[in-house]
Design a protein around this ligand. Structure first.
Ligand code: FMN
Length: 413
């Protein structure tokens, strides 16, 4: 599908620049026409001769090398580009593009480029997790720039962590998915819950949990990327909702249930990634409880299990839809229900039991010790057909992509 595509490959001054040779070879093998643009720093890591030999095209390294009477090369090239891929992308180039700086060929080209831009960062973990860099990435994502997340592993500096350039096949897959005319979830409506609910005790205190909402928000962003119409029902988090996602904010388990039940009849897929409280105070005090109120006993009652309720409402193959859903206009009966099992012991057996008990199609099992609050996670995806796939430790966005691919396959069955 990359046959005849004009791919402009920006290469910057990262130790991973040598991998751009393999990337170029792969893209050329798939029939793409690759033109490499190298920053000055990149030429310290890999020779332009290597790239021009592999791409069979001239490699651009200097904004001012074009003779004055020829066409303006960065504009001309921008017009025919199908995609600009920057791999590896330094913290520097990401910052410059986010700030609109155009002080060399690659940055000038990026500003002039109307085609999709895909960035594959590569750097030390501290650089990658630096809030300034993360702000820049967020800003670019908002502008529609695509990112292939770096991987977790050994870094060139000798440290371990997130920051390794994504695998070449992942970068190629990302280009294919961006240039692909249709998206796997196009026309599908998806409901995602995220965050940790807060159950009030009195006007200022609540019972909460440690969920950051990062997994649910990543799922919402990826579902959008896959072409779905996304509704995110979010309990409190510190996160900004992904662009183009309809977000409804709630606080308590009961509010979450109300909003989920409202949206449920008309969606095709539900992913329940929120950490919904299992218990809430039986009585909410209207006045702040005084320090002197001792002994203090807060009586709790069970909240309603939203996912189990959805499992009951979902149509079971071969059976008629539950009556209260039959009468809903625009009802989509065959829904895919996806749950999360955050467990501290017997992870897989508990997850499998939950999948069955709640009538789910898929369950994502993760160990609460490795997932809560972090940017990375290690999960196992279990399907109702008995498939059980253990994923490696990945960023939550990468994990979300793998989950969404599994869901897309379910839809194709
Ligand atoms: C040995 C070495 C390795 C480097 N690796 C990286 C890297 O992986 N990622 C990064 O963001 N910067 C890295 N840098 C720093 C960049 O080369 C530097 O910020 C440079 O200004 C980037 O210029 P450019 O973005 O125009 O290519 C490295 C520098 C050196 C000397």
């Amino acid at each position: 599908m990359l046959k005849g595509k004009n791919i402009i490959l920006g290469i910057t001054g990262s130790i991973a620049a040598y991998k751009s040779a393999e990337l170029t070879s792969q893209l050329v093998k798939l029939g793409a026409n690759v033109t490499a643009i190298m920053t000055k720093a990149a030429t310290h890591f890999i020779s332009p001769l290597t790239l021009s030999t592999l791409s069979k095209n001239k490699v651009i390294t200097d904004l001012f090398e074009t003779p004055l009477n020829s066409e303006v090369e960065h504009i001309n090239l921008a017009d025919k580009a199908d995609i600009l891929l920057i791999a590896p992308a330094t913290a520097n180039i990401i910052g410059k593009i986010a700030a609109g700086i155009a002080d060399d060929f690659l940055t000038t080209f990026a500003l002039a480029c109307k085609s999709p831009i895909l960035i594959a960062p590569a750097m030390n973990e501290r650089m990658y997790l630096n809030p300034i860099l993360q702000e820049n990435i967020k800003k670019l994502k908002k502008q529609g720039v695509y990112f292939v997340e770096p991987e977790v592993g050994n870094l060139a500096c000798g440290e371990q962590g997130i920051g390794r350039l994504a695998d070449v096949h992942k970068i190629v897959a990302a280009i294919e998915s961006i240039l692909k005319p249709t998206s796997p979830l196009k026309g599908k409506k998806i409901l995602i819950t995220a965050g940790g609910t807060q159950e009030p005790i009195d006007p200022i205190r609540y019972i909460g949990n440690r969920s950051s909402g990062k997994m649910g928000y990543a799922l919402a962003g990826v579902a959008k990327e896959f072409g779905a119409e996304v509704t995110l029902i979010s309990a409190p988090t510190q996160l900004e909702p992904p662009a183009g996602v309809q977000t409804i904010f709630v606080e308590t388990a009961s509010q979450m249930r109300d909003e989920v039940l409202k949206a449920f009849p008309t969606v095709d897929i539900v992913i329940s990634a929120a950490a919904v409280a299992d218990f809430s105070p039986k009585e909410i005090k209207t006045q702040k409880i005084k320090k002197t109120t001792l002994p203090l006993v807060i009586e709790l009652e069970k909240t309603i299990d939203i996912l189990a309720e959805l499992g009951q409402k979902k149509q079971v193959p071969g059976l008629k839809p539950v009556p209260d859903l039959k009468s809903v206009p625009g009802l989509k009966p065959d829904k895919i229900l996806v749950g999360f099992a955050a467990e501290s012991e017997n992870l897989i057996s508990n997850a499998k039991a939950k999948l069955k008990e709640k009538n789910l199609d898929l369950i994502v099992a993760n160990d609460i010790k490795t997932a809560f609050g972090k940017d990375t996670t290690q999960v196992t995806i279990i399907t109702k057909d008995g498939e059980c796939e253990e994923l490696p430790l990945l960023s939550k966005t990468e994990t979300a992509r793998e989950i969404m691919k599994k869901i897309s396959k379910f839809l194709d069955r």
